[in-house]
Design a protein around this ligand. Sequence first.
Ligand code: 5RP
Length: 226
Amino acid sequence: MSADDQKRIAGEAAAQLVEAGMVVGLGTGSTAAWFVKALAARKLDIRGVPTSEATANLARELGIPLAALDDVKSIDLTVDGADEVGPGLDLIKGGGAALLREKLVWEASKRCVVIADAAKKVDALGRFPLPIEVVRFGHVHTGHRLADIAAEFDLLPPRLRMADRGIVITDGGNVIYDLPSSVIAEPAALAAALKAVTGVVDHGLFLDLADEALLGTDQGVVKLVP
Ligand code: 5RP
């Protein structure tokens, strides 16, 4: 089965968790897009809270009614993809540059389900470069401070994320620095150190946030719990 098929079956399985009347957090990325499509096909009376402009556009096209995060008291269920699923369902997210809105939506959710293809499961976080969202003002200086932190954790200095058209700008108007791939031995300590830097808005370490994972594998969808 291709990775895309694994993403699709995980997304379709997650769509079955949604019940009428729910407020549902809609993740970002190719796996989350499969979930959004499968959810739209169920035609349930729900409201979706999108985690990016891309997901909002997809949901609108498919006819899913949307609400802004501040228009709902809480979110019943959020379903989102991940770049890595590590031990205890700790995650790296933000490959799609949506980590800030994703984390805000996850933290407002009663239940968070991560969906992914089998290759995303790792024994230790760090194979995927760790995204860090940084405010644009003075971001080069913030990048130097991030390099100091990286050195403290035996990691390589971060790189400003670029795309064909120049610097990647997030939906929130910020830039992304990625810490190159290397095993993250102390995710919680690294998360705290990154958050303490002025200019860092957030990072892609999602620790203790996922309630379950649905992994698409060649044998079908496998459910994992922390
Ligand atoms: C976006 C994310 C995505 O969930 C992550 O990048 C996984 O993407 P995909 O499902 O396309 O592999 O965190 O910020």
